[in-house]
Design a protein around this ligand. Structure first.
Ligand code: BGC
Length: 395
């Protein structure tokens, strides 16, 4: 068969995504740290990948993989260790980190909240409390003031439905509540805080795109001809994929798509096709779903889309290269059909702390030896590097 080159639009962002708590290490002032001490996770995060001290060499790796963009998150508990008291030393650390990315020719995508809050905030307030709006907005404004000049894209909140549902409906994330009323309030407060930070950021610099990321699943009815299956699907979409984004319409410059899941749902429950599942998490690989999700998102919001996360745990690196290529090919297909996709970020640069599951799942383009902290670039990373370098995929 003839080789074909799938060219991406000029200026397309190719990067890797990370989050502070999962890689920095020693975030002992955070609610998640306390959560770990209570035995709620499989392992404790401890030093994580020590990215706090190793960011320069990690950025070198990203640069060697030809990434022209990089996604980080900021640790709120470090920036505001005590209520209302901000650490300018920590802000300076993040300034050096962002400058380092810029010096290495990478655009900076910065998440303000990737699920982790300071202990004082969680103990005294929590997002279900009204005060959380002002408190989180104050933190957001400080970030815009102090770091805004070094940020190319703002993500205020990563996948709000995860901390909202796991934290307030099923009790698996802090604050561990099972309470639909608290869920409702927290959801409203997060949306309000986002809007305020959006507005502030736009006043300061209207050119920096501001938005959120959505853990957006591709839901399909198990039986398209069964009206009950279709009803369940429309509920799943409305609730999981759309409810938060719908509450901030008009306050998003783009949509951040985090695509991992395809769910076939019937009135009898969830059924994945399990065409191919990998590693300990048993996730299905379904690249068509990224195309379907992009098409749906375009229809829903008609905004530019960045794929802010897409990845899989694959310790043996058996599936990763094909996984990336297959997904990227479907992204190209969507672009060809007119969807305004502007970037793709693989999750993640490094193996990292996978929340409740600890260190066993390995998502990294780069393998970490947690004993020595040695970094080893996986073969699939070089395949990704080719795509990033040429801004095209050869199929
Ligand atoms: C989250 C990451 C997480 C990844 C893999 C995403 O939903 O943003 O923090 O590590 O999924 O589970």
């Amino acid at each position: 068969m003839e080789r074909q080159k799938l060219k991406f639009p000029k200026g397309f962002l190719w990067g890797a995504a990370t989050s502070s708590y999962q890689i920095e290490g020693d975030n002992s002032n955070s609610d998640w740290w306390e959560w770990e001490q209570k035995g709620k996770t499989k392992e404790k995060s401890g030093e994580a990948c020590d990215y706090w001290n190793k960011f320069e060499s990690d950025h070198e790796i990203a640069q060697s993989l030809n990434c022209n963009a990089f996604r980080i998150s900021l640790e709120w508990s470090r920036i505001e260790p005590e209520e209302g008291k901000f650490s300018y030393e920590v802000i300076e650390h993040y300034r050096s980190l962002l400058k380092d990315l810029r010096n290495k020719n990478m655009k900076t995508v910065v998440t303000f909240w990737h699920w982790v809050s300071p202990i004082w905030f969680q103990n005294k307030y929590g997002f279900h409390k009204r005060e959380s709006v002002e408190i989180f907005t104050r933190y957001g404004k400080i970030v815009v003031d102090e770091l805004g000049d070094l940020i190319d894209i703002v993500v205020t909140i990563n996948e709000p439905m995860m901390p909202l549902s796991f934290g307030f409906l099923i009790g698996k994330f802090p604050p561990g509540k099972i309470n639909p009323f608290a869920y409702k309030k927290a959801s409203k407060n997060l949306a309000e805080a986002h809007k305020k930070i959006y507005t502030y950021s736009k006043e300061k610099n209207k050119n920096i795109p501001v938005g959120v990321t959505l853990l957006y699943n591709f839901f399909e009815p198990n039986n398209k001809n069964n009206p009950l299956d279709r009803l369940i699907i429309s509920f799943c979409k409305r609730f999981w994929n759309e409810s938060f984004a719908n509450s901030i319409v008009g306050f998003m410059d783009y949509v951040g798509l985090d695509y991992y899941f395809h769910n076939k749902v019937s009135i009898l429950g969830r059924r994945n096709e399990n065409k191919k599942t990998v590693d300990i998490m048993g996730w299905e690989i379904y690249p068509e779903g990224i195309y379907e999700s992009l098409k749906e998102l375009e229809k829903l919001y008609d905004l530019p889309i960045y794929i802010m996360e897409n990845g899989l745990p694959d310790a043996r690196d058996k599936f990763r290269a094909d996984f990336i290529k297959d997904h990227v090919a479907y992204v190209h297909q969507a672009i060809k059909e007119g969807v305004d996709v502007r970037g793709y970020f693989y999750w993640s640069l490094l193996d990292n702390y996978e929340w409740l599951l600890g260190y066993e799942p390995r998502f990294g383009l780069v393998e970490i030896d947690y004993k020595t902290m040695e970094r080893k670039i996986r073969p699939s990373a070089w395949e990704y590097a080719k795509i990033c370098k040429n801004n095209e995929l050869e199929v």
